[in-house]
Design a binder for this molecule. Structure first.
Ligand code: DGT
Ligand code: CA
Ligand code: CA
Ligand code: ZN
Length: 581
């Protein structure tokens, strides 16, 4: 059964492809609208009949029929036709920051660009500069983005790796001859980018398991097909390794292949210091010369807990296995840090409705927040400078505040705040007057433009926003995009000190493309005594699910619950909000 996300993605691709092919704007918009409509649907689109689909706001006769077709064939005839007309390499051109479908079309039809390589040639030859609206600055930006994209290639975002690994583990795990299966490596440690996906399994029929793995739909090429290890490359260019290990050694193998390498080294040295040897087969007793007897049975190997315990340690969460002090913090008897989990998050404090660039109404957003078990939702649409995101001018914001406050009566069980994600302008001033900001319950201030400032200028800019008495949270403080753009590089120590001094929280934006603050920032901010927010920057219903990536990042930064405003109970959070009102 196709999910609404898959149907919406198909419509979005239809929109992009038809725009590249020069279709009229009504047609392009119809596809975009259909994508939004399906994405926002509470029930599964492909389970509905044609009549019901046509009733949905945003779907017409033709798009509704496409939903039906997608339900039956997992694709759309028109989509396949358009795909066949557009050079496949244009996808990577579109992935460059600042190149949308319109620009891609111009590059393709007027400068012969069909992929990244031809784009680079066309820039060098001056062909791109001859196109309309291609100033020297735009081209310079394009060149930087290309260089950045090339350097980042090879590591994929966790948001791409996780669903892939989870489907492999879930589906292979159902096979009768698979007794245990889990993903390991950097993915299990929750890193923001993943080099390759490592999967471990125990099986009563390893050969059959390897066959099943190598024959999966997403596999483009089998790199290695062995009895204990196979490696494949997926169609999207991701390498996945599967290793089969004995069931009674699964814990030791999982520890070894989860890493990090640095963490493993610390553990191995610890083992040696205690007269033992640790490897992927287990923890073994060594003799006076440090030698393990041939064929010796391990002291511990079946579970991670057993191996850690035999080393005198409590089980260390994978997100903390980076040799950043965890072996001391988790020594038996030490009071070790407790990690935040998704279940601890009780509020979403950065969200968008249809008033700016979100896909949900105020009521739907509140309903979805309640369904997550949250007690508080802050509605923070974009401010006026974000015109491309339909940012609200003063008059519209005042109307929006009224509408949000009116919604409270319909949702007395929820704490609903009228807020704004107000732009931090290039000079650190905010996009609305203080008078208007004071009318809001909640203010997230975020940098969106001018993200290539000198570090000194960027520092001053953020410090000004942090010190503003009406600002509660700094949203995605650096503006970086994972594998996309580096963002601001302010003097972070000054940022943490000011945030602590002014009681302004710093956000971990959970979206897997942002993860901003990143893990190392979180750790330093916690050490500096800051409060942090973990938010999803919700634009559509699916965005609530991004919280897992924000929580993994928080764990990697050793963020305690007490330092996270989203973990407060409703009254405490309200009290925290009011300090700035
Ligand atoms: P990645 O794939 O680059 O995102 O990072 P990892 O951490 O997944 O690294 P990967 O796939 O090369 O290896 C998986 C784990 O296996 C790694 O985290 C630790 C373990 N490992 C691999 N090679 C070595 C090694 O030479 N020494 C030790 N101690 N552990 C290793
Ligand atoms: Ca890996
Ligand atoms: Ca690997
Ligand atoms: Zn936002």
């Amino acid at each position: 059964m196709a999910t609404n996300g898959e149907v919406a993605a198909a419509f979005e691709e239809l929109a992009v492809l038809s725009e590249i092919l020069g279709a009229n704007v009504f047609k392009v918009n119809a596809f975009r609208k259909a994508a939004r409509a399906v994405e926002a649907l509470a029930s599964t689109a492909t389970e509905m009949d044609l009549a019901a689909l046509k009733e949905i706001d945003g779907l017409g006769a033709s798009t509704a029929a496409k939903v039906i077709e997608f339900g039956k064939t997992a694709t759309m005839t028109e989509l396949e036709e358009l795909r066949a007309q557009v050079p496949p390499g244009l996808k990577e051109v579109l992935a460059i920051q600042g190149i949308g479908p319109k620009t891609a079309r111009a590059l393709w039809t007027e400068a012969g660009v069909v992929d990244l390589a031809t784009l680079k040639t066309a820039i060098e030859s001056g062909a791109v500069a001859k196109l309309p609206r291609m100033g020297a600055k735009t081209i310079e930006n394009m060149k930087e983005s290309i260089a950045f994209a090339e350097s980042a290639r090879g590591r994929i975002r966790i948001g791409e790796a996780m669903p892939l690994a989870e489907s492999i583990v879930a589906e292979l795990g159902k096979l009768a001859f698979v007794s245990k299966i889990a993903y390991a490596g950097s993915l299990r440690r929750g890193r923001e980018t993943i080099g390759d996906i490592d999967v471990l399994a125990s099986s009563t029929d390893p050969a059959q398991l390897m066959d099943a793995f190598c024959k999966r739909d997403e596999v483009a090429r089998v790199l290695v097909h062995g009895d204990t290890k196979s490696s494949v490359l997926t169609k999207s260019g991701v390498q996945v390794d599967l290793r089969v290990v004995p069931l009674d050694r699964f814990g030791a193998a999982l520890m070894y292949f989860t890493g990090s390498k640095e963490h493993n080294i610390v553990l191995r040295e610890r083992a040696i210091g205690q007269g033992m040897r640790l490897n992927e087969y287990g923890l073994f007793k060594a003799d006076a010369n440090g030698v393990v007897a041939e064929g010796a049975m391990p002291i511990a190997a079946a579970t991670e807990e057993a191996v850690y315990a035999a080393l005198g340690l409590d089980w260390i969460p994978p997100t903390m296995r980076e040799d950043r002090g965890e072996s001391a913090a988790f020594a038996k008897g030490a009071k070790h840090p407790e990690l935040i989990t998704v279940a601890d998050i009780k509020a979403e404090l950065h969200s968008h409705t249809t008033a700016s660039d979100g896909s949900m109404s105020i009521d739907e957003l509140i309903d979805r927040a309640r369904a997550r078990g949250f007690h508080t939702i802050a509605i923070t649409d974009h401010s006026k400078s974000q015109f491309q995101a339909n940012g609200l001018d003063e008059a519209r914001l005042r109307e929006h505040i009224k509408a949000i406050h009116a919604a409270r009566a319909r949702h007395p069980d929820m704490q609903v705040w009228a807020g704004s994600e107000v732009d931090i302008l290039g000079d650190g001033s905010l996009d609305y007057s203080d008078d208007l900001l004071a009318e809001l319950d909640w203010v997230v201030a975020s940098p969106h433009a001018a993200l290539k400032q000198e570090p000194k200028v960027a520092t001053e800019r953020l410090l000004k926003a942090i010190a503003h008495p009406l600002v509660h949270v700094i949203g995605h403080p650096t503006g970086r995009i994972v594998n996309g753009r580096p963002g601001l590089e302010p003097a972070m120590n000054e940022i943490y000190a000011a945030a602590r001094q002014h009681g302004t929280a710093l956000e971990i934006n959970s979206h897997n493309m942002r993860l901003d603050l990143r893990d190392s920032h979180v750790r330093a901010a916690v050490d500096a005594g800051c409060m942090l927010a973990i938010d999803c920057d919700v634009h559509g219903p699916g965005d609530f699910d991004e919280i897992r990536y924000g929580v993994l990042t928080a764990q990697r930064g050793w963020l305690p619950r007490a330092s996270c405003i989203n973990c407060m109970d409703a009254a405490a959070l309200e009290g925290w909000r009011k300090r700035k009102r």
